[in-house]
Design a protein around this ligand. Structure first.
Ligand SMILES: *Cc1c(COP(=O)(O)O)cnc(C)c1O
Length: 967
């Protein structure tokens, strides 16, 4: 059994503190007093009591010795230096961009933005909700469609979501096939075909410029510009499709839409794409925010999160997430999508890029990009090179029979990466960072005799008039966009800096308070972990750059996958999935493919406990499985009689069980091995949802105690920040027999894997992987194990201190919880009328982000403090909860009714507290300063309690006019 080093550690003996000492909140003295409060002498004793002996790992984690912050950064410099940075003109959906430094520093590198949680508590999230509403407005305006969501994961999976949306909503053509235009990016084709295969519907790839194929069609997908760079007037194809009862999706380049007629104006139902080139670094493929916009009538079928406008209790406009009943938390296997974590932080960056440049600035950038492409086309044409498309935006595709490889290599030698389409074709994409010198290098690579003069001459020819273009009038955009004042007022850096500060000041993120969200592991995202992600040698690498330029990236990724294997006890890990939900999909697909390879095509039933996270059921459906729910017993464990019954009933069809361990109830169920054995005996595979790995690292390995597959959430256990709702990374980890089914690359160089691709790029959200790699490197095996023990310590400390005020719902061995605890308010609610939501909102007045509300049990709060919170902060939280309990007692004592209590009327804005009129039966002081420490550090929410239902009844999903905020 693994030993947890008792503090003081080696570092403490020398007096010097290690990174682990800084990552773990409670120091030795605090830990000792917390242990004492729990009745244990050492952390080891606590862990031994809490974690079932039969799942404990018998050897310490086999990881390299911990590195200091300075050593780590030096290691990362070495890895970064192994990547070769070139000018990226490969295109294929990814373009170099100039991140405005004010946005780089004040969003991407600012903890006020990157440590925020998903805005489920809207009163403390108004800043990021406004930024996301700006994103939706931007997407809606540019695509010409009325409703856009607050981001999806990557373009290929967004197209897959669009295809599924068309199949869900086009009931009349429900059995029809989906037709993909052959001019889609190859990665899009591969990911959509994988989805279709899993669900068993027909997709046909066809050249739609030659007309629609025969037969019944559910929907078609077009791309603008196409994979070959061609800008095509899709109006006739779209009209023909609609005539046939088919729906239409257009995948559109976001920058091109400033110049080209948007999909909405051509009659498309759905537009999707990637907003990467709006200021988000290439990041070797991600994270980037994909977008989706839909026509009126489809909003209730839209996947992903959607920000809407409602009002607060004083009638002021307020933002919130709208139509959440579409999402998997409520709809489960009937959800519109399994997407939970999306790409909020990157959506904020893209939206701020649009806010900063405004419509005229964006158009000017697009025109400059377009002009570079035109210049290049003139240069190549003048040299007799045959161009694939007459009409293009930024991409010039050239036919050079037999010479393509030589051209690409010559360009590389001159410092520019081009796209090798095939042996005869080279594609060149201009972008915001393109200069005349780059064009000269490209011209030289195509063997032009005097490239400089050729480019100079062509450049003069394309300069003729401002706004000139090489686009036919049918595709030239004439409509306005980004007319809202927010896109037309912020032009100076001072204004931008202050706008970003103003918005982030409206929010509560980890930089101000603990965020005790059960299941989400809101732990420290340390600066040293974060620092390298914007280094150009990491951030500036194109996902389809040739392998010999990406040795540093691939070494880091291979090493991270190996370390995650060492931690989980699995044989193989793929970091490709862009979120936990995508890891689930990839893992379940692996299971399905394994059964198929064994000839077990009937094995399609997936058992899922009633308490499971909503993504589990939604992902199972996407993997082509049928969900069968297993009941929860009174003590919170899986009801074993029901499990037996379900196993018996589905013995021949059993594909898998999906369990979470420790369970979503925050407990180490003692019989997990038995559950796994039973499922295996019935021929099923065991999927262990690894979202709770923060309670296992160094203590137990899901790959050793019965799991065949797990996904991990690097944005939970391994320190990637939540970013206000993304990015995420959801690696899928598998046992030996499933390794052949790990996801292959959809395009670009092989990632060494052979299963169904799930993301646009070979390594998903590669750009944020240095964060997790750094965390593991600096903690080392001992540090990680101690962190796990400390997470148990903080959770049990909070549970123990609070249970007499709010009963802890489920406990395991010796009355202990794992790394989180569920506070059961239901009996108190019955007695006082105060709901769990009231407590969540009242915590805002105390300066806290609420715990997880009503998951996995309605009427409860789930608290996960994590190892990063120090004792003083834990006590501040516990004291706030005890004070709230006293306010509930005031209701029982008749001091005020629940309707007029500080709990129901929470949170209190500064406006409410400072109003001349005060007619409430509690004092202003109790409203705003219920505990003395608040007098020094007080957070006032910008809005009071928000009316959720009203916002869903009248759906407003773009920026309201400024007049709405007057008065
Ligand atoms: C967070 C979570 C997921 C989903 O992960 P995402 O990255 O949000 O897609 C799945 N299962 C559990 C138990 C979780 O807590």
């Amino acid at each position: 059994m693994t030993i947890i080093s008792a503090r003081p550690t080696a570092a403490a003996r020398t007096g010097e503190r290690t990174f682990a000492d800084r990552h773990i909140g409670p120091g030795p003295d605090a830990a000792a007093s917390m242990l004492q409060a729990l009745g244990y002498d050492t952390l080891q004793e606590l862990v031994d009591a809490a974690v079932p002996a039969d799942i404990r790992q018998d050897a310490p984690l086999d990881l390299p010795a911990p590195r200091s912050e300075a050593e780590l950064l030096a290691d990362l410099r070495v890895l970064a230096s192994k990547n070769i940075l070139k000018t990226q003109m490969i295109g294929q959906g990814f373009y170099d961009t100039l991140t405005p430094p004010v946005i780089l520093r004040n969003v991407l590198e600012s903890p006020a933005w990157y440590t925020a949680y998903t805005p489920y508590q809207p009163e403390i999230s108004q800043g990021r909700l406004e930024a996301l509403l700006n994103f939706q407005t931007m997407v809606s305006d540019l695509t010409g469609l009325p409703v856009a969501n607050a981001s999806l994961l990557d373009e290929a999976s967004a197209v897959a979501e669009a295809v599924l949306l068309m199949r869900r909503t086009n009931k009349a053509r429900g059995a029809g096939k989906t037709v993909l235009d052959a001019n889609l990016f190859p990665q899009t084709l591969a990911v959509v075909q994988g989805r279709a295969h899993a669900l068993g519907f027909e997709v046909e790839v066809a050249d739609l410029s030659a007309g629609l194929p025969e037969g019944e069609i559910s929907g078609i997908v077009l791309q603008q510009p196409g994979d070959d760079g061609a800008v095509v007037d899709h109006a006739a194809t779209i009209a023909a499709a609609r005539e046939r009862g088919a729906m239409v999706t257009v995948a559109a380049d976001i920058l091109s839409l400033t110049l080209i007629v948007p999909p909405g104006e051509q009659g498309a139902d759905i537009a999707v794409g990637n907003t990467q080139r709006f200021g988000v670094p290439l990041f070797f493929g991600g994270p980037h925010a994909a977008y989706m916009a839909v026509r009126k009538g489809l909003e209730r079928s839209l996947p992903g999160r959607l920000v809407g406008v409602s009002t607060d209790d004083a009638g002021a406009p307020a933002y919130r997430l709208a139509l959440q009943t579409r999402e998997q938390h409520i709809r489960r296997e009937k959800a519109t999508s399994n997407i939970c974590t999306a790409q909020a932080l990157l959506a904020v960056v893209a939206s701020m890029y649009a806010v900063y440049h405004g419509p005229a600035g964006l158009k000017a950038i697009a025109q400059r990009v377009h002009r570079h492409a035109r210049t290049l086309a003139v240069v190549l044409a003048s040299a007799g090179v045959d161009l694939v498309a007459e009409q293009f935006f930024d991409t010039v595709c050239a036919r050079v029979p037999g010479r393509a490889k030589a051209v690409v290599e010559a360009a590389e030698a001159l410092g520019v990466n081009l796209r090798l389409v095939d042996a005869d074709t080279v594609s060149v994409s201009a972008d915001e960072a393109t200069t005349t010198e780059h064009l000269v290098a490209v011209a030289a690579a195509f063997s032009l005799a005097d490239p400089e003069s050729a480019v100079a001459a062509a450049s003069a020819a394309t300069e003729d008039a401002a706004g000139a273009h090489a686009l036919g009038t049918a595709v030239v955009r004439t409509s306005e966009y980004l007319t809202h004042p927010i896109f037309n007022t912020i032009r100076s850096e001072t204004q931008m800096m202050r706008y970003l500060r103003r918005l982030s000041d409206r929010d509560l993120a980890l930089d101000r308070t603990m965020i005790p969200l059960g299941s989400c592991t809101m732990k420290l995202n340390s600066t040293a972990e974060m620092e390298s992600i914007s280094w150009p040698e990491f951030a500036g690498i194109h996902p389809f750059a040739p392998g010999h330029q990406t040795a540093g990236w691939r070494a880091l990724i291979t090493d991270l996958e190996a370390r995650l294997c060492a931690i989980t006890g699995y044989a193989g890990v793929s970091i490709a999935p862009n979120a936990g939900s995508q890891g689930e999909y990839a893992g379940l697909l692996a299971i399905r493919q394994y059964h198929l390879a064994n000839g077990d095509s009937d094995r399609t039933v997936c058992l899922i406990p009633a308490s499971a996270h909503g993504t589990n059921a939604a992902s199972a459906v996407l993997a082509g499985l049928k969900v069968v729910v297993v009941r929860t017993a009174a003590d919170g464990t899986i009801d074993s009689a029901d499990l037996d019954a379900k196993l018996e009933a589905h013995r021949e069809q059993l594909a898998a069980i999906m369990i979470t361990y420790p369970s979503t109830h925050g407990v180490y169920d003692a019989d997990v091995r038995e559950v796994c054995d039973k499922v295996h005996a019935a021929g099923g595979q065991v999927y262990i949802d690894g979202a709770n790995l923060n309670a296992l690292v160094g203590l137990a390995q899901p790959g050793r105690f019965g799991g065949d597959v797990s996904h991990l959430n690097l944005h939970k256990t391994f320190c990637i920040p939540h970013g206000g709702g993304g990015p995420g990374v959801g690696p899928v980890a598998v046992a030996e027999h499933l390794v052949p089914f790990l996801p292959a690359a959809a395009a670009g160089e092989s990632n060494g894997r052979t299963g169904t691709p799930v993301t646009s790029t070979p390594y998903g959200s590669a750009g944020v992987l240095p964060i997790s790699w750094a965390y593991i490197a600096m903690m080392g095996g001992e540090g990680l194990t101690e962190a796990t023990g400390s997470a148990l310590l903080t959770a049990n400390y909070v549970a123990t201190r609070l249970t007499e005020h709010f009963p802890v719902l489920y406990t395991g061995n010796r009355g202990l919880v794992a790394h989180e605890c569920i506070l059961d308010l239901r009996e108190l609610t019955a007695r006082t009328g105060v709901t769990a939501e009231d407590v969540a909102k009242r915590l805002i007045d105390y300066g806290f982000h609420a715990p997880t509300l009503s998951f996995p049990v309605a009427g409860t709060l789930m608290v996960e403090p994590t190892e990063s919170e120090d004792l003083a902060e834990l006590d501040r939280f516990v004291d706030a909860m005890i004070a709230i309990r006293a306010e509930m007692d005031q209701i029982l004592a008749g001091d005020f009714t629940v309707a007029d209590s500080p709990l129901r009327r929470a949170p209190h804005t500064a406006t409410a507290v400072a109003a001349t009129e005060w007619d409430r039966p509690y004092s202003r002081e109790q409203a705003a300063f219920p505990v003395p420490s608040l007098r020094q550090d007080k957070y006032f929410p910008p809005v009071g309690r928000i009316d959720g239902a009203a916002g869903d009844r009248t759906l407003i999903c773009s920026c309201p006019a400024p007049e709405a905020f007057e008065n």
